[in-house]
Design a protein around this ligand. Structure first.
Ligand code: OGA
Ligand code: MN
Length: 296
C-alpha cells in the first residue's frame, strides 16, 4: 500500500488513498501524512473502519503532542464514549435516541454550524482534528472548510503588517451566547477562554494563517467594537467564494484537518428526524507532532 494524494479543491483539501490507517505504524508513512497535512490542511481518507481504540492510537502515532480532553461538548457533559479524548459529535442522547429540538445538548451542538476551529478557547489549542463518520443520515449533512492560509495570503501587505502581534480572546461561551444559549454562573466561571495570536505560523513550513473562529470575542489590543468589526471583516474575507471546500460525507470517511490552517462548520440538515453520529479526536497544539512517533 502506498499513500497518494488527489486534490479536491484548487487551494487545499485532498483525498488520501492507499492506506488503512489502522495499519499505518511506520514513521515514514506517518511523516508523509504530516507533510500532506502541512500541504493540503484537510485530508479525506475513504473506507476506514477505526474503532475508538484504533482512533486514539492512530491520533497518538500521528501527533506526539498529546490528545485534547477539553473540546466541544465535554464542557457540558461526559463523553458517551467513556473517554474525554473521544468527542461525541452527534445528535443523540445518552439513551441513543435522536435529541428533541429544545434539548440543551442539541442546542449546544448545533453551534458547530458557526465557522470555528476546535478548542481555540483552550490553552493549549487544538492542532489536528480527526473525525470518523459512524452513522450518516439519508440526507446531506455536509461540512465546510475554509483555507485560512489562503485567506492570509490574499490580504494586502499593509493589512498583514497591521495584524502581526495582535492577540484575540476566544471563548466557547461567547460563540454560544451569540445564538441565545444560556450558561449557569458555575459554567461561565469554568469557561474563561484563552488568548491566541491572530496570525499563526506553522513551525514546520513557516506558512502563516489567520487564526479565527466564532469563539473570537475581542482583540485585546483594540477597543472592543473596533476589534469585533475587524474580526467580522476577516471572517467574511476568509469564508468568501473560492476559499471553501464542501465535504459531502460517505460511509467510511475519516477526515483530518489542521485547526491552525482551516476553519470549518457543519451545514444544517433535518437533525430532529435523522440520526448523525461522528466521533472526533483532537490533538494538542504543543511541541513537535513527530516527537514520539518512533516511540509508539
Ligand atoms: C467537529 C465539527 C462538524 C460536523 O467535529 O469538530 O465541527 O459537520 N464537526 O459535524
Ligand atoms: Mn468543530
Amino acid at each position: 500500500m502506498t499513500l497518494q494524494f488527489r486534490k479536491l479543491h484548487p487551494l487545499f483539501a485532498a483525498e488520501a488513498g492507499g492506506v488503512d490507517l489502522r495499519r499505518v505504524h511506520d514513521s515514514e508513512t506517518l511523516e508523509r501524512i504530516r507533510a500532506g497535512m502541512d500541504e493540503h490542511a484537510v485530508l479525506v481518507f475513504r473506507d476506514q473502519a477505526l474503532s475508538s481504540a484504533d482512533q486514539l492510537a492512530f491520533a497518538t502515532r500521528l501527533d506526539g503532542g498529546g490528545l485534547h480532553r477539553k473540546t466541544g461538548i465535554s464542557v457540558l457533559a461526559k463523553s458517551r464514549f467513556g473517554d474525554e479524548a473521544l468527542t461525541d459529535v452527534s445528535n443523540v442522547g445518552a439513551d441513543g435516541e435522536v435529541l428533541d429540538a429544545d434539548d440543551r445538548k442539541r442546542q449546544y451542538g448545533i453551534a458547530n454550524r458557526l465557522w470555528h476551529t476546535d478548542a481555540s478557547f483552550q490553552d493549549p489549542r487544538g492542532r489536528y482534528s480527526m473525525l470518523a463518520a459512524l452513522v450518516l443520515p439519508p440526507v446531506a449533512s455536509d461540512t465546510e472548510f475554509a483555507d485560512m492560509r489562503a485567506a492570509y495570503d490574499a490580504l494586502a501587505d499593509e493589512t498583514k503588517a497591521s495584524l502581526e502581534g495582535l492577540r484575540v480572546h476566544h471563548s466557547i461561551a461567547y460563540s454560544r451566547v451569540t445564538l441565545g444559549f444560556e450558561f449557569s454562573e458555575e459554567e461561565s466561571d469554568r469557561l474563561k477562554g484563552a488568548i491566541q495570536p491572530l496570525v499563526l505560523k506553522n513551525p514546520r513550513t513557516g506558512r502563516r494563517s489567520l487564526y479565527l473562529a466564532s469563539h473570537a470575542s475581542r482583540i485585546l489590543d483594540r477597543p472592543v467594537p473596533d476589534g469585533r468589526l475587524l474580526l467580522r471583516d476577516l471572517m467574511e474575507h476568509a469564508t468568501g467564494p473560492g476559499h471553501v471546500y464542501r465535504h459531502s460525507w460517505q460511509s467510511g470517511d475519516f477526515l483530518i484537518w489542521d485547526n491552525r490552517a482551516t476553519m470549518h462548520r457543519a451545514r444544517p440538515f433535518d437533525d430532529t428526524q435523522h440520526r448523525r453520529e461522528m466521533r472526533r479526536v483532537t490533538t494538542l497544539d504543543t511541541g513537535d507532532p513527530a516527537r514520539i512517533a518512533q516511540a509508539v
